[in-house]
Design a protein around this ligand. Sequence first.
Ligand SMILES: Cc1cc2nc3c(=O)[nH]c(=O)nc-3n(C[C@H](O)[C@H](O)[C@H](O)COP(=O)(O)O)c2cc1C
Length: 351
Amino acid sequence: MNKTENRKDEHVRVSLEKNVNAEYNYWDDIVLIHNALPEINKDDIDLSTSFLGRRLGAPIIIASMTGGYIKAKKINENLAVAAEKYQIGMGVGSQRAALEKKELRDTYSVIKDYDIPLRIANIGASQLTQWDYRKSLENANEMIDMIDAHAFIVCLNFLQEAVMPEGEANAKGVFDVIEKLACDLDTPVIVKESGAGISYDVACRLRDTNISAIDVGGLGGTSFAAIEHYRAKIVDDKLHERGGKTFWNWGIPTPMSILEVGDATEWSIPIIATGGIRNGLDAAKAIVLGASCAGIARVLLKPATKSKDDVLFEIDAIIKELRAAMFLTGTSSISKMSDVEWDVIGAGLWI
Ligand SMILES: Cc1cc2nc3c(=O)[nH]c(=O)nc-3n(C[C@H](O)[C@H](O)[C@H](O)COP(=O)(O)O)c2cc1C
């Protein structure tokens, strides 16, 4: 395994073995107001939705996680089976490893064998600054072709880059590349955070580009600072172990980020809400707040390392919970979820 493969493997292993969640899950502060007279039948509720011109069976996306080392192929395949069955979206992890080593392509491209309505390619933003623009465009097209992608994610992962030992914290010029790629690629570009959220000001800057969606990737779920803390611990790297701990809870809570991005863009750019979604009720809350889809990563990781059936069980449960939340709020379709009343409780002073 080269360094990139090794890191990918470690990220997955640490995420499985340790509690790498942010200390607080902000979805617990949001409540949907119960409707005791819903006047609809649960089985008649329509969960289907349209996102980036693609028809999804439910507003759920399996968030970008893995690929790039041998064992990741099976993980992506198990996730792909469920994405096909429930007709939901699916992202792969950063495809940098397959650009560096062609033999690893099938750890991502395995998802092409499945009829998934929205396949999403992925690269970390700091990688883009290491190539000249012509190379960035060429590589982006290669990653898109690799999985026959319907969308391309540029992942803003500067928290991780700032705290990991081998981090490439090069953010200068990223906005410029995003702006150009969004014009030059034939595939829609999604800008995604990976756990620290998108603020009002950043969303204002993105609003003026040609990007097609924003994944707010907020605080409250998987913390990459926590992952790096544990990775550093394995090799007794005290400096990075400490940095990971210091920044463990850094970022903008996912629900707050949805509202900030929505305000900044006047809801003109579709939002994906990733970060701390544990079940179908959290997904329902995200859609009520204004997201078009909920992105789910870590709760699907363990099932995906076990079997297809484990992933199918988890996605089925999430979709059933989403349906139940819609029933209990009297909502017959996804587009009507923006009418659902919600409130903030508990520690929700951040909103
Ligand atoms: C093991 C692991 C690897 C990840 N790799 C990527 C990646 O390569 N690209 C990316 O955009 N996000 C990556 N993510 C971030 C997720 O897509 C997601 O934004 C984050 O985990 C928060 O969602 P969660 O709370 O549901 O886990 C990764 C997450 C995990 C757990």
